[in-house]
Write a new protein. Structure first.
Length: 133
């Protein structure tokens, strides 16, 4: 099977298009997250296993617009349970840029739902060194 690069060249696309069109941009929502340990889960009153603790929110990112706050625990993203921080990072990175998805967090022991639009990290990244990844 021919690679995407070779197929684009055969179809007559310019070389620059074939090189640039390799990968779609990674999804980004403007959160810095970490693992939720059992002890942390108990302290945050989470009634389920898993989730990703929000430790920073980009002030210009989609998470801020969606109302996500530091201390929230993301337990569902796009109707899928979040096992841990790695799981959420992977889901977001693979998400189609521009897609609006439901996100559920636990805040002060209660679930809160919101919608968030996935952006491209390259498009959203600010030059401020204090901006979370």
């Amino acid at each position: 099977m021919l690679s995407r690069f070779v197929r684009l060249c055969i179809l007559g696309f310019p070389l620059s298009t074939a090189l640039v069109a390799q990968e779609p941009p990674a999804g980004w929502i403007g959160l810095r997250i970490e693992q939720v340990t059992n002890e942390l889960g108990d302290a945050l009153k989470i009634n389920r296993a898993g989730g990703a603790l929000v430790i920073a929110v980009d002030p210009w990112g989609p998470a801020k617009t969606a109302g996500i706050e530091v201390g929230d625990v993301v337990v569902k993203f796009d109707d899928r349970d979040i096992k841990d921080a790695v799981d959420l990072r992977s889901m977001v990175a693979k998400m189609v840029v521009g897609k609006n998805v439901k996100i559920i967090v636990v805040r002060e022991g209660k679930e809160a739902a919101s919608f968030i639009t996935v952006e491209s990290r390259e498009k959203s990244r600010r030059d401020d060194p204090g901006v979370p990844e």
